[in-house]
Design a protein around this ligand. Structure first.
Ligand SMILES: Cc1cc2nc3c(=O)[nH]c(=O)nc-3n(C[C@H](O)[C@H](O)[C@H](O)COP(=O)(O)OP(=O)(O)OC[C@H]3O[C@@H](n4cnc5c(N)ncnc54)[C@H](O)[C@@H]3O)c2cc1C
Length: 424
């Protein structure tokens, strides 16, 4: 093997970026970990106050007083937070609760996490006979936090037939899971992102009468219905609540339960013994159609151009978003100042986004904003201040005036389109 040391630009970037979740981990790998204690020349133990503690999930530095130092010395903030949670392992579950998450953009949405919280309520109700929560992931995904979201068993079903809009193939795959494991309950998000449709189709195939629009479940003191649970669901076009015994197939609304935050679970992989049945699909997916990016919900948008207090030329910003085909987002300051509508606010008190590319224009990178973009794949920052936190978080930074940078970007896109038109 060659002795030549190769540089890894990504590792170097994480080492420079103290806000990156793997910052401490990478520093330790590079041998630059921050020692929390050492013996000084006078024989006195010295402590580095900056190396003590770890970043909590809300971005606030926490000090662990239990004696087990978390984070310092190379755990990595996210990893150390996860490791600090007690691990729950269910070896021989009495039953399974299957959850089919939407995985919008390939990641667990907040709705999916609420649903897993609901599944935990069902699985953990009887400590003597605990069930296990099984996440059934259909098609490609990029999520790696199933254990923290409360998943005991993880079943990933992959096949080219399951990609795109393939409701029949997906229901066929879920029926194969039903035959293999017979989960006590099937939980799906009652959402427009796929869960509502898939759940209803599944219920028909299983011959079950589903509960839809469920927002609460509780133990059934009256003992009706056999499941030991009752559910409350929105009905009659959202005008009233309907109570009924909890059926096997449940389509639940967002905020139906608290997401799991206190425990870590095994997320043990499961494999379907028999191959997925070949489906005679009557639907052919012709691919996505072009939609107006301005109308796309922020939580689902793949490409977001987001404006902050550093944007002065608002016409230029909207023009750039249109030209780039990006969905518009905003910082809270831009919303509070009346330049953008409230439903465009990104952040802890706005929308948590999962875009593949997030372009922050004139946004400083306050922790509340950074929380909302933590699941984005690539962050591009346009800012005058090269030392601001958004630049530290970004994968690509452009230092300059937002109006000028956007104008130049628009000119480039126009030029490229012009060239393509001539070439055609
Ligand atoms: C409880 C609570 C909840 C909050 N929730 C949220 C939330 O959900 N989302 C959110 O965004 N905020 C939230 N905030 C507000 C947050 O703390 C920040 O105040 C806010 O994010 C700052 O917005 P900003 O970056 O647009 O503005 P600023 O902090 O004012 O930053 C403006 C940036 O623009 C740059 N700039 C200036 N001029 C130019 C130019 N011409 N070209 C390029 N760059 C330029 C500056 O260098 C600066 O970095 C919350 C605050 C609290 C207290």
């Amino acid at each position: 093997m060659s002795e030549i040391k190769r540089r890894d630009p990504r590792t170097e970037w994480i080492a420079r970026n103290r806000l990156h979740p793997q910052h401490l981990e990478v520093l330790a790998e590079l041998g630059q970990g921050v020692a929390s204690e050492w013996m000084g020349s006078a024989g006195i133990v010295r402590r580095n106050p900056h190396a003590v503690g770890f970043m909590g999930p809300n971005g606030i530095k926490r000090i662990d007083r239990s004696g087990v130092q978390q984070g310092a010395g190379g755990g990595g903030a996210a990893k150390s937070t996860a490791q600090s949670k007690p691990l729950v392992e269910i070896e021989a579950p009495a039953f399974l609760v299957a959850v089919v998450p939407d995985l919008s953009g390939g990641r667990l949405s907040s709705h999916d996490r609420d649903l897993l919280g609901l599944a935990r309520q069902l699985a953990d109700a009887d400590p003597e006979r605990r069930g296990a929560v099984m996440a059934v992931v259909v098609g490609a995904h990029k999520e790696d936090s199933y254990a923290d979201a409360g998943v005991d068993r993880l079943l990933h079903l992959e096949s080219p037939e399951l990609d795109g809009y393939a409701p029949e193939a997906r229901v066929g795959a879920l029926v194969a899971v039903e035959e293999a494991w017979e989960p006590r309950h099937w939980l799906l998000p009652d959402s427009k992102l796929g869960g509502a449709d898939l759940g209803r189709r599944l219920a028909v195939r299983l011959g079950e009468r589903p509960a839809t629009g469920v927002w609460q479940i509780e133990a059934d003191a009256r003992g009706e219905g056999g499941s030991g649970w009752r559910c409350t669901a929105r009905g009659a076009a959202n005008t009233l609540d309907i109570q009924r015994p909890l059926p096997r197939v449940v389509l639940a609304l967002a905020e139906c339960a608290e997401p799991v935050s206190e425990t870590r679970h095994a997320a043990q992989p499961l494999v379907l013994a028999q191959p997925l049945p070949a489906q005679l699909s009557r639907i052919e997916d012709l691919g996505p159609v072009a939609v107006d990016p301005a109308g796309v919900a922020l939580a689902e948008a793949e490409f977001i151009l987001s404006a902050g207090n550093g944007v002065r030329d608002w016409d230029g910003f909207h023009r750039a978003a249109k030209m780039l085909g990006a969905t518009e987002g905003a910082s809270r300051v831009a919303v509070d100042d009346g330049f953008m509508p409230r439903d465009r606010q990104v952040g802890a008190t706005g929308i948590w986004v999962t875009a593949r590319v997030y372009v922050a224009v004139g946004i400083s990178g306050a922790i509340q904003h950074l929380q909302g973009i933590q699941s984005c794949d690539k962050v591009v920052a346009i800012n005058m201040d090269s030392g601001c936190d958004m630049i530290k978080r970004a994968d690509l930074a452009v230092i300059g005036d937002s109006a000028q940078v956007l104008e130049a970007l628009v000119a480039l896109v126009e030029q490229e389109r012009e060239e393509k038109r001539h070439a055609a």
